[in-house]
Design a protein around this ligand. Structure first.
Ligand code: FUB
Length: 303
């Protein structure tokens, strides 16, 4: 009986792995996945939305949220924010690029890059919307004052409760402490060093007292995902190299999270559109760490 039960358990686990498939969203185009596990025990992914062709990065106009409790079945919570709701945003809309979400003291803080003027290169702001729920009822509160015009926010909260804001791209990353209100920077700017070949899309996580910075590099034509480590959230970081090879499109952007005792990396590719760079799709793979904290090369799966 014991061996029969063991065999059934192993087969059930293998089936669960077989039933997971990439990309995880197939009814629309999604990109830049930022994954988090909240207190309700579900894993939430906050991506950006790509439009159907021939539209491009300029017309990315709203955000959906997806969640799961088994890494197999994904729920689309619908659109949670649209550029038309951003009063301070550029009047032409669009440019709702890679977001992130953080949770503190009963509030979910949703951070999104968006330009405030027609000259999108010089007017990027990091907007903040808040809600008491992880996937609905977000209201835009404004933007974080005092930042340079950079994209791709990431908010990391350390074990002591201190929140850090990172943003960056192209080619430079800045970091700040955030005040308790999660909407104002606290203290001086730190330029993050050691991110060899940094392009954009910085994501910070912590595992066993080591801070990991994962980021798309500037590898020509097709960006790859590299990582760097530090014992301080402001760095300096030490680059450890590529752990996720390039996909079929130029951009790379993602996140890493632990869920039910397994680490995962989220990223995007062009598998649903046949490699159209502005019609991306979010995927995930298991992430394996070695005893010394290094990350094994990730095997990308499709279908
Ligand atoms: O999705 C729009 C932009 O493309 C993101 O902000 C970048 O990280 C890149 O993925």
């Amino acid at each position: 009986i014991f061996f029969t039960l063991l065999a059934c358990t192993i087969i059930a686990q293998l089936n669960a792995q077989d039933r997971r498939s990439n990309p995880i969203v197939s009814h629309m185009f999604t990109a830049d996945p930022s994954a988090h596990v909240w207190d309700d025990g579900r894993l939430y992914v906050y991506p950006s939305t790509d439009n159907a062709p021939p539209k491009g990065y300029k017309t990315m106009d709203g955000y959906h949220v997806f969640s799961t409790d088994d890494m197999i079945t994904w729920k689309d919570h619908g659109e949670i924010l649209h550029s038309s709701q951003v009063e301070w945003g550029r009047k032409e809309g669009g440019f709702m690029w890679a977001p992130d979400c953080a949770y503190k003291n009963g509030t979910y803080y949703y951070y999104f890059p968006h330009p405030s003027g027609t000259d999108f290169k010089k007017t990027w702001k990091i907007g903040v919307a808040t809600s008491t729920k992880p996937a609905s009822d977000f209201k835009v509160q404004g933007y974080i004052e005092g930042l340079e015009s950079l994209i791709d926010p990431c908010v990391f909260i350390d074990d002591d409760g201190q929140a850090y804001l990172y943003h960056g791209g192209p080619d430079i990353a800045h970091a700040y402490k955030l005040k308790e209100n999660m909407m104002e920077i606290d203290g001086e700017r730190h330029i993050i060093t050691g991110l060899d070949g940094f392009r954009e899309g910085l994501f910070i996580f912590k595992r066993e007292n080591l801070y990991y910075a994962m980021y798309p590099d500037d590898f020509p034509k097709y960006n790859k995902m590299r990582y760097a480590v530090s014992d301080n959230p402001f760095g300096p970081f030490e680059c450890k190299g590529v752990f996720l090879d390039h996909t079929d499109i130029i951009t790379m952007h993602g996140s890493a999270v632990e869920f039910k005792d397994q680490w995962y990396v989220f990223y995007h590719n062009g598998s649903l559109s046949g490699g159209i760079p502005t019609n991306r799709s979010i995927c995930f793979e298991p992430l394996e760490f070695n005893e010394d904290g290094t990350i094994n090369m990730v095997r990308q799966t499709l279908g």
